[in-house]
Design a binder for this molecule. Structure first.
Ligand SMILES: [Zn+2]
Length: 272
């Protein structure tokens, strides 16, 4: 009987297994949740997370850094919206998390972003490097990688639930909000997703007037810092040894975009 239940759950998974072709990459992605569902779960997860950082007095304490991050992200988002018009409907937001020992940053489905002070201070990051890391994060959201990761973890969760039901009678299912948080903060991206986010992130930064070659110094600094102990950011953004070469190979296409943007009045987009 229990085996039948396992089969039933797996059949449900198979039935709902959907794929969608991403408009920016042309790659087919697993989509068990809609982007609308992912965005609403992410918004809730973000709001809970930010409340808890506020309670711990770790939210936006340094106004100069907050202004710096807001200025950079509002220029990046203006370009993101050009590249992917569906993101114009997102309620974009960014917060600076005052956690000096954590070098991390994320952008959830729907444009909810955060950067940890550890990333800025430990890397001694320039504006171009902050734009490189946030451009990369925004690219993950535009490319619907969060939807894809959520779908993958749903398959895993339903599998775990089925096994739990079969062997322990203890269902282990993450709520949509828990899943949204896990997807943004702890679950690694695939290497395919990383390579895609690198290229789209370079383009966003270059068009927003940030030197795309800063992506190289950014990853070099990350790798150097990782030598002192595992870096949170690298655990969610697995970096193949070939990452910097991939970025270098794309610079000849990206540098003219950057050069064209210089001296122009660049658009900004409201970021809460
Ligand atoms: Zn990444």
């Amino acid at each position: 009987m229990k085996l039948l239940r396992v089969i039933a759950v797996l059949t449900v998974v198979a039935f709902f297994t959907g794929c969608a072709t991403n408009s920016l990459t042309g790659r087919r992605q697993l989509t068990l949740v809609s982007e609308t569902q992912a965005i609403s779960a992410s918004a809730q997860a973000y709001s809970e997370m930010m409340s808890s950082f506020a309670v711990d007095n770790q939210l936006n304490n340094d106004m100069a850094t907050v202004k710096r991050v807001r200025d950079i992200t509002s220029r990046l988002v203006a370009q993101a919206v050009q590249l992917e018009p569906r993101s114009a409907d997102w309620d974009w937001a960014v917060q600076v998390l005052d956690v000096p020992d954590q070098a991390n940053a994320f952008c959830m489905a729907g444009g909810k972003m955060a950067i940890y002070t550890g990333l800025i201070d430990q890397l001694n990051a320039t504006d171009d490097e902050i734009a490189a890391v946030m451009g990369h994060e925004i690219a993950h959201a535009l490319l619907a990688h969060s939807v894809e990761k959520m779908s993958m973890s749903m398959v895993t969760n339903l599998g775990v639930q089925a096994l739990g039901t079969a062997f322990e009678d203890k269902p282990l299912v993450l709520s949509g909000t828990e899943m949204a948080a896990a997807v943004a903060i702890t679950l690694p991206n695939s290497r395919t997703a990383e390579a895609e986010a690198d290229i789209v992130g370079l383009e966003i930064a270059a068009r927003a007037g940030y030197n795309p070659s800063a992506a190289i110094t950014l990853w070099q600094k990350m790798n150097a810092l990782n030598g002192n102990g595992p870096l949170e950011f690298l655990s969610t953004h697995p970096a193949p040894a070939t990452r910097i070469q991939g970025i270098e190979a794309n610079l000849p296409t990206m540098m003219p975009l950057y050069q064209a943007s210089r001296g122009q009045r660049l658009p900004t987009w409201p970021v809460n």
